[in-house]
Design a protein around this ligand. Structure first.
Ligand SMILES: Nc1ncnc2c1ncn2[C@@H]1O[C@H](COP(=O)(O)OP(=O)(O)OP(=O)(O)O)[C@@H](O)[C@H]1O
Ligand SMILES: [Mg+2]
Length: 275
């Protein structure tokens, strides 16, 4: 068997930082709470470049959502620094779309009105965005559901609406927190294919959080593996698979090699015990 072109990179502070869109430098997060603080994120440094698809995979509770909330400017860092386009993140950043772990659709708004939520909140002209909303909904297979309410939709359809909502203002950066975690396996595969297509077509810079080893490898340019809490970066794995990737890529030796690299990291933390 030829050796797959896998690289396990240790993140290096001296690595090339050019074209850096989002940069985290020595970021910590400590939540104040009962019995002292709880350290959720420990000394995380990473660079996200323009048009890159970065996936973060890590065990439950290791600080992935916390990390994403800090990048979005929705939660302050306790130490270190986050910059976007060289500007310090000190509050909510607007050129970003966020898909949260729970879909957070507003049940009393129609699908169309949910997609246009940010437009209304930001007091932009609805008429300028309605066509884009219809186009996005059509693109994710929801044409004809514009006037439906979230409670009339399946879980997969709801997450499609969330994706459209995150994309409506055409942000350069998309943050997705375990967006497909609650979906059945088949729907999840379809969502992965759809997301890959959207990403290939738009080349948004992507920070994608997941528990799923295969989802991370299938979608990303780089997979970051985090340790159990407090979350630190254990490894950065470069995924050298041509796009568009087909589902069958998972059955290739190269994919298996990447999956083994991630799994070995988890096993080194004492997770995924097989006996
Ligand atoms: N607002 C908060 N206040 C206090 N502690 C918090 C808060 N949010 C998260 N935590 C704690 O920080 C740690 C990391 O939580 P976080 O939600 O970031 O993990 P996660 O990696 O996203 O987990 P999961 O994969 O289960 O979604 C957990 O121990 C959690 O209890
Ligand atoms: Mg989370």
């Amino acid at each position: 068997m030829t050796r797959p072109a896998a690289t396990l990179l240790k993140l290096d502070a001296a690595a090339a930082h050019r074209d850096c869109f989002v940069r985290l430098q020595n970021v910590d997060k400590v939540y104040a709470g009962r019995g002292g603080g709880l350290k959720a994120v420990d000394n995380v440094s990473l660079d996200l470049h323009d048009g890159e698809f970065l996936a973060i995979v890590g065990p439950s509770g290791c600080g992935k959502s916390t990390l994403m909330m800090m990048v979005a400017g929705l939660s302050p860092v306790s130490a270190g620094e986050i910059t976007i386009r060289a500007q310090n993140v000190t509050g909510p950043y607007t050129d970003v779309g966020v898909v949260f772990q729970r879909d957070a659709l507003l049940e009393w708004r129609t699908v169309l009105d949910n997609v246009l939520l940010q437009i209304d909140v930001r007091r932009l002209r609805r008429a300028d965005y309605e066509k884009a909303a219809y186009t996005l909904l059509e693109r994710v297979g929801l044409a004809g559901f514009e006037k439906s309410y979230p409670w009339e939709l399946s879980g997969g359809m709801r997450q499609r609406v969330s994706l459209c909502r995150a994309l409506i203002h055409n942000p350069s950066l998309l943050l997705m927190d375990e967006p497909f975690g609650a979906l059945d396996a088949l729907t999840r595969e379809q969502m992965n294919l759809d997301l890959q297509k959207i990403w290939i077509d738009t080349r948004k810079t992507m920070l994608f959080i997941t528990h799923s080893i295969w989802e991370a490898i299938f979608l990303a340019d780089h997979v970051i593996v985090m340790t159990p809490r407090p979350g630190r970066i254990a490894a950065v794995i470069k995924i050298d698979l041509p796009r568009p990737r087909r589902l069958a890529v998972r059955e290739t030796a190269q994919f298996g090699h990447y999956a083994a690299m991630v799994r070995e990291q988890f096993q080194a933390f004492g997770l995924l015990k097989e006996s």
